[in-house]
Design a protein around this ligand. Structure first.
Ligand code: ZN
Length: 251
């Protein structure tokens, strides 16, 4: 067997590893001399988007992803710190995260989502519009273009993409809000398209509403993007409860 580097992967990141390494997070990766961690860590399965501190155990030294470990070195791979700084507080979500997209929009976040966006389109949108790509697709996250952007010396790199933890949408929402701690502004965006909500007169929206709604409510807004009308109560009690819970836990 040729030269290897031993990676010691933090518990939060072990789901990315091959099954045999998930128990203790240790695995040996083949080392072509001079290969930097920026290649070695994704080759072990762990996307750079999820990686925080890197430490060479023998030297007890923090290193950057550009560090080229010596044969036989042991490198600790930590998870990103939270909250993590990002290229912006705007997001683009992959096709499987539609429910999460609606909840983030309900909380006022700028979220791009299309139910037919392919991987190339998602990456192009993330880079072109400086949005953080949210996905559960490990292979997509390992793309080099999505690796965090170097910041000023000594500052954490800026996220350009992130893995979303959890299968239930409530868990996914908690994970994203916990990771990026974005400012929340509930009821300021259209949940359907993400457009901003602007004040609307009754005359502007009357043709879009049921007579009962028109009789019951006086204050309306509409989406500047798709024109959809909203009024207090349009979201219902269930969504009000979601908003209150998010504000309690994350605002
Ligand atoms: Zn809209």
């Amino acid at each position: 067997m040729g030269a290897t580097v031993r990676l010691l992967v933090a518990p939060e990141l072990r789901a990315f590893l091959p099954p045999r390494s998930r128990g203790d997070g240790g695995l040996d990766v083949p080392l072509d001399p001079g290969t930097p961690l920026v290649h070695l860590v994704p080759a072990a399965g762990v996307p750079l988007t999820e990686v925080g501190a890197l430490r060479v155990v023998d030297d007890d030294a923090q290193v950057t992803p550009e560090h080229r470990p010596s044969p036989g070195a042991m490198v600790e791979v930590g998870a990103v710190g939270r909250p993590q700084p990002a290229v912006s507080a705007r997001f683009v979500l992959d096709v499987h995260l539609g429910a999460l997209a609606r909840r983030l929009r309900l909380l006022g976040l700028d979220v791009a989502y299309g139910n037919d966006a392919g991987d190339a389109e998602l990456v192009a949108r993330a880079l072109g519009e400086a949005r953080v790509l949210l996905t559960q697709d490990h292979a997509l996250l390992r793309r080099r273009a999505l690796a965090p952007v170097p910041a000023a010396d000594g500052c954490p790199r800026l996220a350009r993409a992130a893995h979303v933890r959890g299968s239930a949408v409530a868990d996914q929402l908690d994970d994203v809000l916990n990771r990026f701690a974005p400012l929340l502004a509930p009821y300021t965006r259209c949940v359907a398209c993400g457009g901003e909500l602007v004040p609307a007169s009754v005359d502007e929206v009357a043709h879009l509403l049921e007579p009962g709604t028109l009789r019951t409510y006086e204050v309306f807004v509409r989406c500047a993007g798709c024109g959809r009308p909203y009024w207090h109560g349009a979201h219902g009690r269930r969504l009000d409860a979601l908003v209150q819970q998010a504000l309690r836990r994350h605002a």
